[in-house]
Ligand binder design. Structure first.
Ligand code: FAD
Length: 497
């Protein structure tokens, strides 16, 4: 099994495959991790995925350090993560944090400000601990799906592998080589994210400013600049960002003769190019993360969407390799992830609509700003951004089915998430006679039963990606066996059980 790309998505996928028992390697063309500035924070499903694999303390430490770095630009001690819509910052004080969806996923609140570079370092350690080799300086240049495996051409020679997953970013070579179409909408603007030395920073207002040319943001740390210029999109997206280019764009947008004297670190160029792969699977080749979908970073969704892909795909592909995957399991990857990807593309497109500099967009922006100044409006947007409302359409009548499992505290003081570090399914069993555990006994090895003495819900079957596959509020095991067979495969059931 080969994963192409050691970005956040490739690393999460490699780890999940290893936990599912697959032999996996990662091929990465860069000799060192990328230095470019990208994602600043993670959403609830990503934080909960880290939590289930025992990585929450490390992520919380990153958040503490990040908030400290933000210093006076941040709100000291306030780790409530809200985000923004087209630069309209969502006010944490307006959010109804008691909303049942938000309150049900509060345990990871200490790990939301986790910048991409630190996240990748944390994931690289995780992958190393699992013994997965990451071969750096190896670029994939060709592939041939032979039906029983994939012959992969690389700059270090040919590799034969059972399955190939392209987690190789928006310009994915794997997607191109597999002949997968990438339809969508063209970019309208060029954006930059950089930290710069600025001779006269007092000329820039903190926060977001909209102008007829686009928008810019100064902060939330000294020298950090984000720009959006409606210029038809970048001519060359991969050329390194220069100081002169960034300064010129910032001056055009702001109309201020601000002077940048140096770039600190690697600046990023981005756009609102929005595309989704026509299929996430072609034979033995699959796509995940930016390789499967690209869009503007407004609302901080791309990394999170990709990590969700990796969590969804990892255990399914692992089950195929291990030989116990139920019929059609791998096809559920595209079916379950595509609608969410399409939603994210539209969420970012909607923001482009209110960011344009013309009078109609400005009027629309005011309407949205008014809505976002209400408790209901802000709470709605924060729920969408945080991922707590994500739901997959799965068989089963309980309201939890298809949702990410909420925080579930157990009588011994642990949380259900604490029992998921090794991967696999979790079955919470609160029946007095452990009836659910007995029913699931034939799936031992794939399903870990967690007995508990609290009352409600009485039973929950959680897939390895954190999605609830079955739940019951009573000792009635109705539907549990069917759910186990549907997701965890058919097993030989002992007669006389
Ligand atoms: C300015 C900016 C801000 C952002 N902010 C956020 C945010 O706040 N929240 C959020 O969720 N997302 C954000 N994103 C999006 C996020 O950065 C991406 O969605 C994320 O990096 C995707 O991860 P990935 O692993 O799919 O791809 P990448 O991170 O692009 O990793 C792909 C890897 O594959 C390697 N590779 C490429 N081709 C080959 C090849 N042929 N052979 C071998 N290796 C190859 C690359 O070197 C790279 O290491 C932001 C993006 C930008 C640009």
């Amino acid at each position: 099994m080969t994963v192409v790309g050691a970005g956040p998505v490739g690393l999460v996928l490699a780890a999940e495959l290893a936990l599912a028992g697959a032999t996996v390697q990662v091929l990465e063309r860069l000799t060192e991790p990328a230095a470019a500035m990208k994602a600043m924070g993670i959403n609830v499903p990503t934080a909960e995925a880290l939590d289930r694999r025992g990585l929450l303390p490390a992520a919380e430490q990153v958040q503490r350090e990040t908030l400290e770095r933000m210093g006076s630009f941040g709100r000291p001690g306030d780790s409530r993560f809200t985000g923004h819509f087209a630069g309209m910052v969502l006010d944490a004080d307006l959010v109804d944090w008691a909303d049942p969806d938000l309150a049900a996923h509060d345990a990871v609140a200490g790990a939301r400000m986790v910048p991409q570079r630190e996240l990748e370092a944390l994931l690289a350690d995780h992958v190393a601990r699992l013994g997965v080799p990451v071969h750096r300086g190896v670029e994939v240049t060709a592939l041939d799906d032979t039906g029983d495996g994939v012959l992969v051409g690389t700059t270090a020679g040919a590799v034969r592998t059972g399955w190939l997953v392209g987690c190789d970013g928006g310009h994915s070579a794997v997607r191109r080589l597999a002949g997968i179409e990438f339809p969508g909408t063209d970019p309208e603007f060029t954006g930059y994210l950089a930290v710069a030395d600025i001779a006269d920073p007092e000329k820039l207002a903190d926060g977001w400013t909209w102008t007829p040319q686009g928008a810019y943001r100064y902060g939330p740390q000294p020298g950090r600049v984000v720009t959006v210029e409606f210029d038809g999109g970048p001519a060359d997206r991969s050329a390194p960002v220069t100081l002169a280019e960034l300064q010129a764009s910032l001056r055009r947008i702001s109309g201020i003769d601000v002077t940048l004297t140096a770039l600190r670190g690697t600046a990023t160029r981005w756009s609102d190019n929005a595309r989704q792969a026509a299929t996430y699977r072609s034979g033995r080749v699959l796509l995940a993360g930016d390789a499967a979908h690209v869009h503007s970073p407004f609302g901080g969704q791309g990394l999170n969407l990709g990590v969700g892909d990796a969590m969804n795909l990892g255990w399914k592909l692992g089950a195929v390799v291990a030989g116990w995957a139920p019929e059609g399991l791998l096809d559920t990857y595209d079916a379950e992830r595509r609608p969410l990807g399409a939603w994210v593309l539209d969420w970012t497109r909607a923001q482009v609509g209110v960011l344009r500099g013309d009078a109609k967009s400005a009027a629309l922006r005011q309407v949205v700003a008014d809505l976002l100044s209400t408790r209901d409006g802000t709470t709605y947007a924060v729920k969408q951004l945080s991922g707590v409302t994500q739901r997959i359409d799965l068989p089963g009548g309980h309201p939890l089915v298809g949702r990410h499992v909420p925080d579930l505290w157990l009588a011994d003081g642990s949380r259900l998430a604490d029992h998921g570090h090794a991967g696999g399914f979790l079955l919470l069993d609160r029946t007095p006679d452990r009836a659910f555990t007995r029913l699931a006994a034939p799936w031992t090895g794939r399903v870990t039963s967690v007995p508990d003495d609290f009352a409600t819900p009485a039973g929950v079957l959680v897939r390895p990606d954190g999605v609830v596959a079955w739940a019951s509020d009573s000792s009635d095991a109705d539907g549990l066996e069917a759910a186990l067979q549907h997701w965890a495969g058919v097993v030989a059931v002992r007669i006389g059980r």
